[in-house]
Design a protein around this ligand. Structure first.
Ligand SMILES: C[S@@+](CC[C@H](N)C(=O)[O-])C[C@H]1O[C@@H](n2cnc3c(N)ncnc32)[C@H](O)[C@@H]1O
Length: 247
């Protein structure tokens, strides 16, 4: 008898139930950004065959090539001194070196933040982390915390970072959108995220095409994460430094 009554009631209540369900779904979907739209192409020599916002993602630089990161000529070619000076890294800051590799920039950042500051050095290759830790030991650096990240997550603590820097890294993130989500979560409000990439606009920069990025492309991709572009530093010989803030 009761079931009978429900059957008769159902046509009357069904539209209301469907409407409520649709509204609930719309509200839930609005709370999250849609999943990143990755595409696929035939892999080029230096790429992984996966596209994001109109570019093919480059392959990760393997730890076997780590010596290149420590090459003697690098200081003259890239002028890390100018980069670190321009970023005004102050004692006491908490900095994240994402895709830190052997730690070429990590120890220099650690010197600048001093004993009262800290540098998180994140990398996805355990071998790079081992090389980085060895370099920090050899240099007697004690304010660096190394972190083995995943392809999608930096694993940095939430709301802890004043400045995050990626030197020659972003173009080779296999999941750039997910890594950026995790990085934005890790930033303090007002914190800066710094992209250092070889200039794609300049044909004289002798670096493989997928390992260079244009300023416009970086700004498009960072903009998708609600970051505010602050400035682009053009003082380096072959890279540009594109600085954003978390609002
Ligand atoms: C070309 S190296 C640059 C290393 C360092 N930033 C430097 O300039 O000397 C790129 C580094 O990014 C790391 N990497 C790639 N994908 C990553 C990810 N999803 N999360 C963290 N590190 C990543 C690689 O393992 C590699 O050590």
């Amino acid at each position: 008898m009761k079931i009978d009554r429900w059957h008769r009631l159902l046509p009357a209540v069904l539209p209301a139930v469907l409407l409520a369900g649709t509204l609930l779904l719309a509200a839930t979907a609005g709370a999250e950004r849609p999943l990143a739209a990755y595409g696929h192409v035939a892999p080029s020599a230096d790429g992984i065959g996966k596209t994001y916002m109109g570019r093919e993602i480059a392959g990760v630089m393997g730890w076997e090539g780590a010596q290149w990161l420590e090459r003697r000529s690098r200081a003259g070619e890239e002028r890390p001194d100018l980069l670190l000076q321009a970023l005004a890294i102050a004692p006491g800051m908490t900095v994240a070196d994402v895709g830190a590799g052997t730690g070429y920039y990590t120890w220099q950042l650690a010197q600048r933040v001093g004993a009262g500051g800290r540098v998180y050095a994140v990398d996805v290759q355990p071998e790079m982390i081992a090389l980085l830790e060895r370099q920090m030991r050899q240099r007697g650096v004690t304010n660096v915390v190394s972190l083995l990240g995943s392809e999608r997550d930096t694993r940095l603590p939430a709301a802890s970072i004043d400045l995050a820097i990626m030197v020659d890294v972003y173009h080779e993130l296999a999941y750039p959108s997910e890594v950026m989500d995790s990085l934005v979560r890790a930033m303090k409000p007002g914190g800066r995220i710094v992209f250092v990439e070889y200039r794609a606009e300049d044909p004289a920069v002798a670096i493989k095409a997928l390992h260079k990025m244009s300023e416009a492309q970086v700004r498009r991709e960072a903009g998708a994460h609600g970051l505010t572009w602050e400035r682009t530093i053009t003082a380096l010989p072959i890279q540009h430094v594109i600085v954003f803030r978390k609002p």
